[in-house]
Each structure stands twice: as structure tokens, then as C-alpha cells.
Design a protein. Structure first.
Length: 122
């Protein structure tokens, strides 16, 4: 059955008048409240029970390790030898000739040569 639009408007007006008539019986005060309750299911949150699953053990064979050994170096032991002995003729020193007079002069010059050779110039 189809209701016309005027029937719908008439039904809404009747509901409104009934609401106003019921409201007249109530006392109007400042501490009066009005609420409309709707019975709808309220969502309730419940925390799920904790679940613990132990992981499967993992076994892996380690990669092979190859370390190249250090090269072997063999050095011969040092050989110590005494220096060769070289024999040669003895040096010959020839001094000035002695002719008699001036012998003291020769000794003085020889002394100067020896001092210069041993201690440097004077």
C-alpha cells in the first residue's frame, strides 16, 4: 500500500502534537533534562589473550674458512770471516844525509815532521 505525501505529513503532525501534549504535563524548571535514548548495540573492546609462538631454531653450517699459510723463508746463517792478512814490504823512511855539521838542524826538522804527522800543523 502506498501512502500519499499528505498522509505522511498528517502522521508527522499527529506525532508532534502528542509530543507537545505530553510536554505540557511536565514542569518546566532549570534542572530538568530531556534525552532521547536509542537502543543500539555498543561496541565493546576486549583485549585478546596473548599468544606466544616460539620460533623454529635455525641451523646453518658456517662457511668454510681457508687461511693461506705464510710463505716459508729460510735465510742462511751469517758467516763471519776474519779479514785477510796481507804481507808486504816494510816502508823505508829516508832521512836527510848527514854531512857532519848541521846534524842538530836535521833532528829539529825530523821532529817537526813527526809532530805534524801525529798532531797536525803547528
Amino acid at each position: 500500500m502506498q501512502l500519499s505525501i499528505s498522509t505522511k505529513v498528517l502522521a508527522i503532525a499527529a506525532i508532534g502534537a502528542a509530543a507537545l501534549g505530553a510536554a505540557g504535563a511536565a514542569q518546566v524548571r532549570s534542572d530538568v533534562s530531556f534525552s532521547i535514548g536509542v537502543n543500539a548495540p555498543v561496541p565493546v573492546y576486549a583485549q585478546p589473550a596473548p599468544v606466544y609462538v616460539e620460533p623454529q631454531p635455525v641451523y646453518a653450517q658456517p662457511a668454510p674458512v681457508y687461511v693461506q699459510p705464510a710463505p716459508v723463508v729460510v735465510r742462511p746463517a751469517p758467516v763471519y770471516m776474519a779479514p785477510r792478512v796481507v804481507y808486504g814490504p816494510q816502508p823505508v823512511y829516508v832521512g836527510p844525509r848527514y854531512y857532519g855539521w848541521g846534524h842538530e838542524r836535521w833532528e829539529r826538522e825530523e821532529w817537526r815532521r813527526r809532530e805534524w804527522r801525529e798532531h797536525g800543523r803547528h
